[in-house]
Design a protein around this ligand. Sequence first.
Ligand SMILES: *[C@@H]1O[C@H](CO)[C@@H](O)[C@H](O)[C@H]1NC(C)=O
Ligand SMILES: *[C@@H]1O[C@H](CO)[C@@H](O)[C@H](O)[C@H]1NC(C)=O
Length: 392
Amino acid sequence: MWLYLSLIVILLLLLYWGLCNRSSSPSPFSADSRRPPAPLVIDKDVRKKILKKGVNPARSSFSLHAVLVDHFLEGGWYPQGVASEIVFQSIPIIERSGGTVLTKAPVQSILVNSEGKAYGVSVQKGQDLVNIFAPVVISDAGIFNTYERLLPAETRNLPGLQAQLSMLQHGIGGFSLFIGLNGSKEELGLEAKNYYVYPTNFYLNAPRETAAKNIPLVYITSPSAKDPTWEKRYPGKSNMIVLAIAQYEWFEEWKDEKVSKRGEEYESLKSVFVDSMLETVLKIYPQLKDKIELLSSGTPLTNQHYIASPQGELYGAEHSLSRVQPEVIAAIRAQTPVSNLYLTGQDVFLGGFPGVVHGALVCASAVLHRNLYIDLTLLERKIKANDSKKKN
Ligand SMILES: *[C@@H]1O[C@H](CO)[C@@H](O)[C@H](O)[C@H]1NC(C)=O
Ligand SMILES: *[C@@H]1O[C@H](CO)[C@@H](O)[C@H](O)[C@H]1NC(C)=O
């Protein structure tokens, strides 16, 4: 049952969704959040080769990479209470604006009438399908899922829609490793930092077993060390996330097997990746060797199962050089060839959290026929004026 982790893979929002609701809500990004320092590159020889995460350097855009580096130069923001707070804090905003958030209600299809207009979604509730009607349907399920799986077959063949799909590729898949550690961040020497480790560049063209031992990019971070509320909630414990990129095809042969029942061969392939990633982690943090209490790893198939990324993508549609060509940018919009159906999220803009937020702004602007970036600029001015009034 795909689309299982359905914390609203499609958000059905009423037209009058008050995205620009001005009353300030408690923000997970409040001023006293930790500001982790810039990402740290430990191998100086490969520093020059390092380009945007999630895209092969040879195919990535320099200006996008510059934006990413600039974003981190002053440090990044981290939500208090870790990343799940982003969803948790968003729900009351949606509800205040007349929306409803449904979980365990995977969307099965987008309802399209005989005139080709979207008018709602069909969601699964237990064994039944329930239709939910709406004047506007906004899909955050990604362009591939929305067009190739959720739209009815006769709509899928619309030329405009096929033209958009032909301009995009699936982004790179991810392999993730979650580590539970015995010890506080002080005891373990964990800091609010991201490591991007690039020991080799022989990988994606390699056979999977060779690749597993030559992982070229390992991203290492400790969410618990970034979260100022962590110590109160889980005293004496820490965690770590380690990410690598991985080809979907390496794991594809197990795609029809049930999650956590994919057999010995799959598990042993996974463990080669895990051992290799752990080795890199322990080079940076040798003190963690005897502190590991839990290891849990996921392949592109895991992403496919839990977050319905069609090929285990880390960042949706690939944001390579071809993605940022003017004709592609002009073609991929929040508005779709199906009236009343809009796309939001990373495929409308770019991958990563800022990309998703901008995708949402672009989408809401399209739905409301108003440029919300102007509203945002005015709001920023107001807040600044307010702040300086308070200081005086
Ligand atoms: C965690 O570390 C503490 C202190 O070093 C130790 O007493 C405890 O036994 C450890 N727990 C586990 C599960 O290893
Ligand atoms: C300005 O400050 C007042 C009083 O602190 C507050 O009620 C209001 O929400 C603030 N407005 C903005 C735009 O931040």
